[in-house]
Write a protein that binds this ligand. Structure first.
Ligand code: TGC
Ligand code: FAD
Length: 382
């Protein structure tokens, strides 16, 4: 019996994507990821490998992208994050944030220049929205792009940027005299620098950086012509949040499966701990939330494929699935006892990662307020 209840609801193509990504994760990620996590690294060559599998920008069409459906993309995110949230983050930032911004808001020349090498993983992108003083409230951003003749001159700081120091280009969102605009900033431009953020205890198998823009002079064609106003970066976030909705269930699934196996084999007081009702209740509640969250992701994915998924539903599902994934991870950790606190098992790694996932792409509080606004008609952000 498929207790997670997903397999029978997928098409042959979606199952193929699932099996392919799962096999890659089992062969390439699982044997290494505890070490990457401990060292605080993510090998850059993973980009090319994910590109070869067609996973970068896989839900985009043309320009070397796979043109996959939303559910296939979701299932891929689920399998990647069953390995590690950092690996899914890499794919999310590349495909759903950086590539999507160019795909949706760029002109033809920008798409031709950037999307094919990014789909192959030969060029890495990052997405700079958050600033030191503006996280949940990006509307207040201070990064400024000023016109100077035909050029733009950018000044400002972006904070907590995934892939920042390994990226070939940064999608930077900045205030201008005409409101918020988006720019493609090549890493080679004078005045651009990226510094890694160290001492993270979460998402360690992922590069997180601070970007500094110090009088970065960019030509007119660095501007994403179609992006105007905060709605542009927020529309990119919808894409990445959607991947997280699936991904979080992948992390949760690994925690559940690890705890289940452990409960069946760990003996205390002469019986496997899985024989005790308290442990069974924990496992059943974990499975319930895993199954509900996976079905929520699938429902949203089918709606997305039919272009009827609303951003508020994305918030609702991100809120639920990450919150429940974190609860599942914490519960799984208790079942593992002392073994639950070491990197010998994947649970605490996922648990710590999910703390970042709960915060980035809109905190659980922001998604609560987004849904609250929708149902009451009253905005409670400020
Ligand atoms: P508000 O006035 O509500 O909206 C401004 C304009 O944006 C439109 N809009 C959206 N459009 C598309 N999708 C959405 N989800 C949208 N939400 C709002 C809105 O209709 C309006 O359009 P227009 O045409 O009228 O101008 O804006 P606000 O300033 O009141 O803020 C709303 C709020 C709080 C929901 C928003 O600021 C928010 O979502 N804050 C959270 C910030 C966030 O999620 N940051 C994520 C940074 S990127 C990241 O974390 C990457 S992690 C990557 C990884 O490693 O995986
Ligand atoms: P704050 O906005 O300062 O919030 C702090 C707390 O206050 C939170 O609990 C929040 O929910 C709460 N709060 C804030 N406002 C309200 C309110 N009105 N009502 C109630 N509660 C409120 N950003 C990018 O742009 N690109 C990236 O690639 C990226 N990658 C990231 C990778 C990692 C590992 C992490 C941890 C973050 C990343 N981020 C990225 C940044 C992330 O999006 C922000 O951390 C997030 O949006 C929250 O902003 P903040 O950390 O400044 O918290």
């Amino acid at each position: 019996m498929d207790l997670v209840g997903l397999s029978a609801l997928l098409s042959d193509e979606e199952r193929l994507v699932r099996d392919t990504v799962r096999a890659y994760v089992e062969a390439r990620i699982l044997p290494n990821v505890a070490e990457w996590f401990e060292e605080g690294i993510l090998p850059r060559e993973l980009g090319v490998e994910l590109g070869r599998l067609g996973l970068l920008g896989m839900h985009l069409s043309g320009y070397g992208c796979a043109g996959a459906g939303a559910v296939a993309y979701g299932v891929a995110c689920m399998e990647l994050e069953a390995g590690d949230s950092g690996v899914r983050s890499f794919a999310s930032v590349q495909g759903s944030l950086a590539m999507y911004a160019i795909y949706r808001y760029g002109d033809e020349a920008q798409k031709q220049q950037w999307l094919p090498p990014m789909a192959r993983g030969e060029r890495i992108g990052c997405f700079g929205l958050t600033e030191p003083d503006f996280g949940s409230n990006p509307a207040g951003m201070r990064t400024y792009a000023k016109r100077d003749g035909d050029d733009w001159v950018l000044n400002g700081t972006k904070m907590w940027i995934t892939n920042g120091s390994v990226a070939d280009c940064a999608i930077v969102w900045a205030q201008t005299d005409g409101g918020i605009r988006g720019f493609i900033v090549p890493r080679t431009v004078k005045g651009f620098s990226a510094k890694d953020i160290h001492r993270k205890l979460s998402l360690r198998a992922s590069i997180t950086s601070e970007l500094a823009l110090d009088d970065c002079r960019l030509p007119e064609d660095a501007l994403l012509p179609g992006a105007s106003g905060l709605a542009a970066p927020l529309s990119c976030l919808n894409e990445a949040r959607y991947g997280i909705i699936w991904g979080a269930m992948g992390a949760a699934r690994t925690c559940y499966e690890t705890a289940l196996e452990y409960a069946k084999t760990r003996v205390q007081f002469g019986r496997p701990i899985g024989a005790y009702q308290l442990t069974q209740e924990k496992l059943v509640n974990m499975l319930l939330e895993l199954r509900k969250g996976t079905l929520l992701a699938l429902t949203l994915g089918r709606a997305k494929d039919e272009e009827r998924a609303h951003a508020v539903e994305v918030s609702l599902a991100k809120l639920n699935n990450v919150r429940e994934a974190l609860r599942i991870a914490r519960e799984a950790r208790t079942i593992l006892g002392a073994n639950g606190v070491t990197l010998e098992y994947p649970v605490i790694r996922h648990m710590n990662n999910l703390e970042s996932v709960l915060t980035y792409e809109g905190t659980s509080e922001m998604h609560t307020l987004i849904v609250g606004k929708e149902i009451t008609g009253i905005e409670a952000f400020a």
